[in-house]
Design a protein around this ligand. Structure first.
Ligand code: PSU
Ligand code: MN
Length: 299
């Protein structure tokens, strides 16, 4: 893998580094907002005292710490494959480009020695997963790979309760940040009460540290609710989600296409409002992730 000089130097001298994924760039947002957001997230992480490492695969080689030119390319190039764990060996062998999901980014971050990773929302169990088994590989990865993922909870397009049950089975600590209610991405209120509430980046770092010293393998999910002023109106977003799910069903969208399809359709149905919320929540996560990474270097 190719680790940028800046990221390698930071890791060597125990300075805070935060990993970032590239599926959100290539498949999660339209161009050019995707590139603007990726750059703004990197800037926010720097302003909060950590080094960003955007991760993706170029010509079969994992890149840990993309250049601005590479981020631009991931934002506009057509046909970049959405790469999860199962796709990694194929992309490596075929020497193609790959935009890494949460699962694949966790794997590469872990290989590079990066413990904190910021994204918008992790994948989870889709509605109807009891029957169709559409459960994101992100959950499996959280069960085994030693990376902490900061996310605005789990997207309301999914089945949140089922997702939390699976995370429990896989032994993943889910830490709800400054809220006793699970964040559902576009709003702060899913109605699901959380047991493990954390109130500071230091508290999160101490839990990561306790997990590490006790050799309890696996990831941690930090659910960071979207700030109230950036949240969507519940009725508006729920109606958009219902319509988007119906469209997906009618058009027989399945498998790895479903998440990008739903995100795109919801942006259209809300006249871009959901995209603005999505951008705001990623920035909010970047601030928290940088602070957690900073605290972790103190332990
Ligand atoms: N959440 C977002 N935008 C995204 C994703 C999640 O707000 O682009 C991406 C992440 O890369 C996540 C993936 O890992 O969707 C999950 O896809 P699937 O459900 O197919 O595993
Ligand atoms: Mn899936």
């Amino acid at each position: 893998m190719k680790i940028s000089k800046e990221v390698q130097q930071a890791l060597n001298s125990n300075r805070p580094v935060v990993a970032l994924e590239s599926t959100i760039i290539s498949h999660g947002m339209p161009y050019p907002k995707n590139v603007e957001t990726a750059m703004l997230v990197e800037k926010t992480i720097r302003e909060h005292g950590a080094i960003p490492a955007t991760i993706g695969i170029i010509d079969g080689e994992p890149i840990i710490g993309m250049s601005p030119e590479e981020i631009e390319e991931f934002g506009k190039r057509k046909g970049i494959c959405k790469v999860s764990r199962r796709d990694l060996p194929v992309v490596f062998a075929k020497k193609t480009w790959g935009a890494t999901t949460v699962a694949a980014t966790m794997i590469l971050a872990n290989m590079a020695g990066i413990e904190v990773f910021v994204t918008g929302g992790v994948g989870g169990a889709h509605r109807g997963a009891q029957n169709n088994f559409d459960i994101s590989a992100d959950l499996e990865e959280l069960g085994k790979t030693n990376v902490t993922v900061v996310s605005a909870g789990v997207k309301a397009i999914l089945d949140l309760k089922l997702t939390l049950e699976i995370l429990e089975t896989k032994g993943v600590p889910v830490l709800s940040y400054q809220s006793d209610e699970f964040a559902d991405f576009y709003t702060r209120h899913s109605g699901i009460k959380m047991e493990n509430v954390v109130n500071s980046p230091k508290e999160v770092a101490e839990i990561i540290h306790a997990k590490r010293v006790n050799k309890l393998d696996g990831g941690i999910l930090v659910a960071n609710p979207i700030p109230e002023e950036d949240a969507m109106d519940s009725d508006v977003i729920n109606a958009a989600i219902e319509t988007a799910l119906k469209k997906a069903d009618e058009q027989h969208i399945e498998g790895k296409e479903i998440t990008p399809f739903l995100l795109k359709t919801i942006v259209e149905l809300t006249n871009g409002d959901s995209l603005e919320s999505n951008i705001k929540l990623v920035i909010n996560n970047a601030k928290l992730g940088a602070a957690i990474a900073r605290e972790l270097t103190q332990l």
